[in-house]
Write a protein that binds this ligand. Sequence first.
Ligand code: SAM
Length: 231
Amino acid sequence: MSKDKAGKFQLTHIRTYQVLKIEDRFDEEIKFFMPPAQGRGPILSIEAIILIKLMRIVDADYVFEFGTFLGLTTRLLLENLPDKKIEGERIFTLDLPSIEGIEFQGSDAETAKDAIGSERKYMKSKKKNLVNQILQDCLTFDEQQYKGKFQLIFIDGNHAISYVRSDTEKSFTMMAKSPSCIVWHDYGNPDFPELTAYIENLATTKKIYHVENTMLAFYLTGKDVEPRNKV
Ligand SMILES: C[S@@+](CC[C@H](N)C(=O)[O-])C[C@H]1O[C@@H](n2cnc3c(N)ncnc32)[C@H](O)[C@@H]1O
């Protein structure tokens, strides 16, 4: 882990090629969907590619997503999920049944209102039966039932700090043995400075990478990220 001037461990900023260089068993083909014209909510195209790559690096059997929204990223992960002889649902995605009693930051309340009752994009997939849609406030969600299950966990739900902290702690419980990965969205998003500070603080005890020019930060076990080229 790199250290700051005071000798404290700190988050490592990496470039996309450092993630793309990590070996996996897949060829170059991915399935991609044109991002919707109305921008709020979904991830950027480069973030989508990095997320698929991370799912391949950990050769995911099971995936968990905090924050389904319109199900765009759920569908992207679903269509690119490694083929395996596994019975039953493999992508678990959580969102709210109602916004009553929930605290929100920035435009999150509007996003949540749009999400409720929407027909989610993964429903258009032939593989929709692999998705388990959980409709529950993340704070009341019992992570113990899924202890050690997921190779890839994507945290992209409520950005208020108490929710990010709770989602993160639950993710460490639900994370499978190596190789496995937790990915946070909105690192560096000026709308959510507490989220960024939280991840940077976490990076003083865990090796966390931020992919430059994206809002993705991740914690990866069982695989190494090569150092940056010196040029
Ligand atoms: C940024 S969106 C998710 C975007 C989605 N991951 C994607 O890439 O398309 C955040 C989602 O978190 C959900 N959310 C907000 N607060 C929540 C809570 N307390 N529990 C569960 N989901 C929550 C919102 O309803 C919203 O759909």
